[in-house]
Design a protein around this ligand. Structure first.
Ligand code: HAM
Length: 434
C-alpha cells in the first residue's frame, strides 16, 4: 500500500474547538477530512477488491429499517437492542431504527427479494455507516463504518472457512497484524447449547453472590452473555465456568473440526477461545473475532459468525448464513500513518496573462487524457504556484510562460529530483503518461 512518492497521513485529525459557530459534530461522530479521508477511501477500495476476489458482490440496504428487523433479528437480550439503538417515529407513525449493524438488514433484503430462491449461496458485501448509541471512547463511536460480507444458503463448514479466509487475506494485504479468535457456540437445540445452558445456569446460581449485579439478571435471560461481562468479579467467576465446546452435539462438533482443518490446510492461524460468545443474539455454531494489539480496550477490529436461525426469526424459511463485519475506524487506528499515492501527476504553473488563460484549457486537456492535473485558482505568483504544486502532491510542474508559449513548449520540472526539460505542448500527454 505504499509507494515511493506516497505522502504519509494520520488516520484522523482531532477537531478544533467550535469557537466560531458554536456547532460541532454530534457526540461520538467525526468529520473525516483530507488527507485522512483519502486514506479511508483507499482502504475501502482495497476491501471491495479483496472481497470481490472471492465472489462477494456489493449490496446496498437502507441506512434505516423497521425497528422490528433489528429488535427481532439482533435479539432482545443483546445490548445493541436494549441500550444502543437510535430509534425514532417517522411522520407516518412508523417506528424506524438507524441500522446498528447490517446482517439483519441483508437477511431482510435477501428474503424480500427472493434471492434465497435463486443460485446459492448468495454472496454479498457491504461497506457502510452503522449507528449505535454507545459511550464514545477511542475506537468506539456512535457512527462507525463497517466492511462486511454475508454468505446465505449454505451450511457447509467450507463456507465458514471461506468467510474467515476473506477477512484474513484483507488484513494481511493491509499489513495489519491480527489474532483470530475462534469458537463454536453450538446450536440452540436441547442436545447442544440447551443442555450446556442448564449446566451453565447451575454453575452461575452456585456463584451468584460473586457476580456483578447486572450479570445476575442475565442468568435468567441469556446466561451465555455473562462471558461478555467487563466486570472483574464476573470475569473471575467465568474463568472457571463450564465451556460450550465441551457440550457440543456431534454435528456441531464435527462442523467445528472441519472448519479448523480447512483453516489449517491454508495456513490460517487461530486461537481457540471457548469463552468467545459475541454480543448479538443470532449466532449459532461458529463465532470469531479478529483482535489487533495496541488498540487498548476496543481492540476487536472485526467479528462474525454463523446465524442459521436468523432468516426464520425474520419470518422467512430456514436459510443458513455466515458473515463478518470489520470495523474500519479501528482498522485505520491500528494501521497508523498511511501512505497515499498523489491524486494528481501534474500541476500547471502559469506566468503572464496569456499563460494564465492557457492554464485551464491545458489542465482540462491533460485530465481528458487521464492525467491528474491541478493549476492555480488563487492568482498566486510563481513562487506561490510552485509551493502549491508541491502541496498538490504532483510529480511534475508544467511551467508555461511567454517564452514557452511562443516556442509551443512547456518546461516540465520533476519536483522530486529538480530536473527539468522542455517538452512540446502537443506531446505533453505522451510525455506525462509514460
Ligand atoms: P460486531 O462485533 O457488533 O458484529 O461489529 C463488528 C465490528 O464493528 C467490531 O469488531 C468493531 O471493529 C466494529 N464496531 C462495532 N461497534 C463499533 C463502534 N461503536 N465504534 C467503532 N467500531 C465498532 C456485527 O456487527 C455483526 N453484524 C457482524 C456479522 C456479520 N456477523 C455475521 N455477519
Amino acid at each position: 500500500m505504499t509507494t515511493e512518492l506516497g505522502r504519509s497521513c494520520k488516520p484522523y485529525t482531532e477537531p478544533m474547538a467550535p469557537e466560531e459557530t458554536g456547532f460541532s459534530a454530534p457526540r461520538g461522530t467525526r468529520d473525516l477530512l483530507p488527507p485522512a479521508s483519502s486514506a479511508w477511501q483507499k482502504v475501502i477500495r482495497y476491501a471491495q477488491d479483496s472481497f470481490s476476489k472471492a465472489g462477494y458482490q456489493p449490496v446496498e440496504t437502507p441506512a434505516f429499517e423497521q425497528t422490528e428487523v433489528f429488535a427481532r433479528g439482533v435479539g432482545a437480550t443483546s445490548e445493541v437492542v436494549t441500550k444502543q439503538m437510535y430509534t425514532f417515529t417517522d411522520q407516518g407513525g412508523r417506528s424506524l431504527t438507524l441500522r446498528p449493524e447490517a446482517t439483519a438488514s441483508v437477511v431482510r433484503a435477501v428474503l424480500e427479494n427472493n434471492l434465497h430462491r435463486g443460485a446459492l449461496p448468495v454472496k454479498l458485501a457491504y461497506f457502510g455507516w452503522m449507528y449505535r448509541q454507545e459511550r464514545p471512547q477511542k475506537g468506539r463511536y456512535r457512527q462507525f463504518f463497517q466492511l462486511g460480507i454475508e454468505a446465505l444458503g449454505a451450511s457447509a463448514a467450507t463456507v465458514d472457512a471461506e468467510v474467515i479466509e476473506v477477512a484474513d487475506r484483507f488484513y494481511k494485504g493491509l499489513g495489519l497484524k491480527t489474532i483470530l479468535k475462534l469458537n463454536s457456540i453450538g446450536h440452540p437445540g436441547e442436545s447442544c447449547r440447551g443442555s450446556y445452558n442448564d449446566a451453565l445456569v447451575a454453575y452461575l446460581r452456585e456463584h451468584e453472590a460473586s457476580l456483578a449485579e447486572e450479570d445476575r439478571a442475565r442468568i435468567a435471560t441469556n446466561p451465555l452473555r455473562t462471558f461478555d461481562s467487563k466486570e472483574s468479579s464476573t470475569i473471575a467467576v467465568m474463568s472457571e465456568a463450564p465451556v460450550i465446546t465441551d457440550h457440543l452435539c456431534s454435528d456441531c462438533a464435527e462442523h467445528f473440526v472441519t472448519i479448523r482443518s480447512a483453516l489449517d490446510a491454508v495456513g490460517i492461524e487461530y486461537e481457540l477461545d471457548p469463552r468467545l460468545v459475541r454480543g448479538l443474539d443470532y449466532y449459532t455454531r461458529t463465532a470469531f473475532e479478529f483482535v489487533a494489539g495496541d488498540l487498548g480496550a476496543q481492540n476487536a477490529v472485526g467479528g462474525g459468525g454463523r446465524y442459521d436461525g436468523l432468516a426464520e426469526v425474520l419470518g422467512g424459511p430456514p436459510v443458513p448464513g455466515i458473515g463478518f463485519a470489520l470495523g474500519l475506524d479501528r482498522i485505520m487506528l491500528a494501521l497508523g500513518d498511511i501512505a497515499l499515492e498523489p491524486a494528481v501527476t501534474a500541476y500547471v504553473v502559469a506566468l503572464g496573462d496569456e499563460a494564465i488563460r492557457e492554464a485551464f484549457p491545458l489542465a482540462t486537456r491533460l485530465r481528458r487524457a487521464g492525467i491528474g492535473c491541478e493549476f492555480d485558482l488563487m492568482g498566486r505568483q510563481m513562487k506561490g504556484q510552485m509551493k502549491d504544486a508541491v502541496r498538490s502532491g504532483a510529480r511534475f510542474a508544467v511551467i508555461i510562460g511567454e517564452a514557452e508559449l511562443e516556442a509551443g513548449e512547456a518546461t516540465v520540472k520533476d519536483l522530486a529530483t529538480g530536473e527539468q526539460e522542455r517538452v512540446a505542448l502537443d506531446r505533453l500527454e505522451e510525455w506525462l503518461g509514460a
